[in-house]
Ligand binder design. Structure first.
Ligand SMILES: Nc1ncnc2c1ncn2[C@@H]1O[C@H](COP(=O)(O)OP(=O)(O)OP(=O)(O)O)[C@@H](O)[C@H]1O
Length: 330
């Protein structure tokens, strides 16, 4: 189904919702992390005792949305959870973080997405992800969220829901002059080329970059070269995150300047899980709040936000709020 975006056309489909202006709308995934810490990983058929268990909130889409909300953006999440305990729990988590849940659907047809994670004392892990309800997010949900999608300042999408859902959301945003951020994660080798053309900012890490371009990213120069290839494929700007080395930024508007390396300040990292999502959430906040700020300055600030997240344990638990951040980041 192709979604139509003009108000007149939608009027014929019992249109009743009023448009609502959000700074950042995220169309993406929610996952509940079920984490067991054990002395070692179990073998097939074996039962072992662990020494700690905790439940965490994850999913790339939700992580990015929550980071943007904690920085002060007015946010809405477009996603699907199950009609189950984890779904209810996740909806409450969005509310606790000030994220609008108006477009969070609940389905009885599948369970809330879950990641069962076993981490041994050496820090190695075994993970099973069941995307569940995330894969039921589709065009009908986008249609419901259209009032928000059409007048958001920034839309963010990833690949933990069906790719055609993400692509359709990005197209709708672009048609309505909404700035788009696309994060091609988890990495896929055969990304539909249309994704490049609907991305105002195409933001990926080293692994994703390598898989998409075939360029091995061993240093900043490699990242710059790979970024130029991504830019050639049609995105307006590219950011490649490089962990403790910060990121590189390339803009199609500055073809004469090959790339900016934006370094981070050195920090003592204790847990880098979800750092990429913290970076993208911050990026969305800055793009929506300071639309004329140069992208390399936005990236410098997003580096600092993500740099704080790596100094704390957990995913969303490590994400800073506005009060935790220095005034000069605002
Ligand atoms: N060790 C670190 N020190 C300082 N900043 C870091 C560190 N690791 C990550 N960051 C910050 O987080 C951003 C994203 O990190 P990275 O490139 O590792 O993303 P990622 O691989 O998608 O992360 P993850 O998969 O762990 O969420 C970096 O651009 C940087 O700003």
């Amino acid at each position: 189904m192709v979604l139509r975006t003009t108000r007149t056309e939608l009027d014929t489909d019992n249109w009743t919702m009023t448009e609502e202006a959000f700074d950042v709308v995220v169309v993406g995934s929610c996952m509940t992390d079920l984490v067991s810490q054990t002395p070692r990983l179990p073998k097939a058929g074996e039962t072992i005792h662990g020494h700690k268990f905790f439940i965490g909130f994850g999913g790339k889409g939700a992580n990015q949305c929550i980071q943007a909300a904690r920085m002060g953006a007015k946010t809405a999440m477009v996603c699907k959870v199950g009609k189950d305990f984890f779904g209810e729990n996740y909806i409450q988590n969005f509310k606790d973080n000030g994220v609008s849940t108006k477009f969070v659907g609940q389905t009885a047809d599948d369970a809330t997405g879950a990641a069962s994670i076993i981490v041994n004392d050496a820090g190695e892990n075994a993970i099973v992800i069941v995307a569940g309800a995330n894969l039921l997010l589709g065009n009908a949900d986008l249609l419901q969220a259209l009032p928000a999608l059409r007048c958001a300042k920034v839309l963010v999408c990833q690949l933990e829901v069906r790719p055609d859902t993400s692509l359709q959301a990005l197209r709708l945003a672009q048609e309505n002059n909404v700035k788009t951020i696309f994060n091609p994660a988890p990495a896929v080798p055969d990304l539909d080329p249309c994704f490049y053309r609907v991305s105002d900012v195409f933001c990926c890490n080293e692994t994703e970059t390598e898989l998409l371009t075939g360029v091995v990213v061993a240093n900043v120069e490699d990242a710059g070269r790979a970024g130029q290839e991504l830019l050639r494929r049609g995105c307006s700007a590219v950011i490649i995150t490089l962990g403790s080395q910060g990121c590189v930024v390339l803009s199609g508007q500055e073809p004469s300047s090959p790339f900016h390396h934006v370094p981070t300040e050195p920090v003592t990292a204790v847990d880098t899980t979800g750092a990429g999502d913290s970076f993208i959430g911050a990026l969305a906040f800055y793009m929506s709040t300071y639309p004329t700020m140069p992208l390399h300055e936005i990236a410098r600030r997003a580096n600092q936000v993500a740099g704080i997240s790596v100094q704390n344990i957990g995913t969303q638990t490590s994400y800073p709020s506005k009060e935790d951040l220095p005034n000069d980041l605002f």
